[in-house]
Design a protein around this ligand. Structure first.
Ligand SMILES: [Zn+2]
Length: 348
């Protein structure tokens, strides 16, 4: 069901050097007292560049804190210490810092600037924060950012696997859409057509040119961002998350060594497309054009863990009908992994 009110970013910059212009962007919106929430252990020069830019452009106070863990409890502590006259929260770095900053801004009703330093998943502009609560992972509703600032040069300089993870999270929209339409046909779950169109358009744009360069980074950032908006307008994570995400969530629970979200999701997307008997060539095409398979083969997954995840996945969100709800897929997946020329090298 579409929410009665949607809030979407009103300021978006995706270009090289955007990090050094953060102060210009903040001062343009009269945000002079800001709190920067940075990833623990992030490259110090990135934090310095952000803070220098803010100070040079007239920010009168720039507090900065490190997000050591993405827990609800640490958001609570930050909230208690947040100066009452702070006007904006800036999330700088990877997943944890952005999840913490997004939820801190949401609770304190401050303007939120998402400044990802890699494009490893769509979380920088999604309407949820993935946090832990008493040690259990929970996904909490949060407002979308007021501003999204992506320095494409910074994101391109991030490790290759983060980029590939972002590609994996993006192609998941193909199988997620299939699952959503399947749930409509079999269970009458309503589909938001505009959200689907938006999702489709973004994936197709990137698929047409999946290069790792400035143009590709702009496309990947925009595609991931617009997917967050598709979730916001549909009031559901359906446009971005289907059976492939359930498998990844199951792996996060049972794997001895869970991997990057988008690497798990990317392999699961390809695998699930074989179960759906749809979209496999489109998905393979983009993964073949990047070094995605090589990255997985260099550090293969555990076959038994994946089979256990396939079994667990349909129970993760009991109200989410997907291809995994239609039949017991474990033996089918086992034989796909054994015979598929791409997949068989990805597992030990
Ligand atoms: Zn995802």
């Amino acid at each position: 069901m579409r929410p009665t009110q949607v809030s979407i970013p009103s300021f978006v910059r995706t270009k090289p050097g955007a990090l050094d212009r953060l102060g210009i962007y903040a001062s343009r919106h009269k945000h002079e007292r800001v709190c920067v929430v940075a990833s623990e252990g992030m490259v110090p020069s990135l934090l310095e560049r952000a803070c220098t830019s803010l100070r040079e452009q007239g920010a009168t106070r720039v507090d900065h804190v490190e997000a050591s863990d993405a827990s609800f409890e640490s958001v609570g502590n930050l909230l208690a210490g947040l100066p009452s006259d702070c006007q904006a929260v800036i999330g700088l770095g990877g997943g944890k810092a952005l999840d913490v900053a997004k939820y801190l801004a949401h609770l304190s009703k401050k303007a939120y600037y998402a400044v990802p330093t890699s494009l490893s998943n769509d979380g920088f502009c999604s309407p949820q924060s993935s946090l832990t609560l008493k040690g259990r992972r929970v996904s909490l509703s949060a407002s979308l950012p007021f501003a999204v600032v992506v320095d494409t040069a910074v994101c391109l300089a991030a490790p290759e696997t983060l980029w590939l993870s972002g590609v994996g999270d993006l192609i998941a929209k193909i199988t997620a859409e299939f699952d959503w339409k399947l749930a409509y046909r079999q269970k009458g779950e309503p589909v938001d057509d505009l959200a689907v169109l938006l999702s489709d358009a973004t994936v197709n744009q990137f698929l047409a040119s999946p290069t790792k360069d400035q143009a590709g980074a702009k496309l990947l950032a925009t595609s991931l961002l617009l997917n967050g908006i598709a979730m916001e307008i549909s009031g559901s994570s359906r446009p971005a998350s289907g059976s492939e995400h359930l498998i990844s969530h199951a792996l996060d629970q049972l794997s001895k060594r869970p991997r990057l979200h988008g690497l798990q999701v990317g392999v699961a997307t390809y695998l699930v497309s074989r179960l759906q008997r749809s979209g496999t060539e489109r998905i393979a095409q983009v993964l073949d054009q990047t070094s995605f398979w090589q990255a997985i083969q260099d550090d293969p997954f555990d076959r038994q863990e994946w089979l256990a995840a396939i079994k667990l996945a349909p129970t993760i969100k009991s109200d989410r009908f997907t291809i995994l709800s239609t039949r017991d897929c474990v033996s089918e997946v086992a034989s796909i992994i054994n015979e598929d020329s791409r997949l068989k090298l990805c597992f030990v």
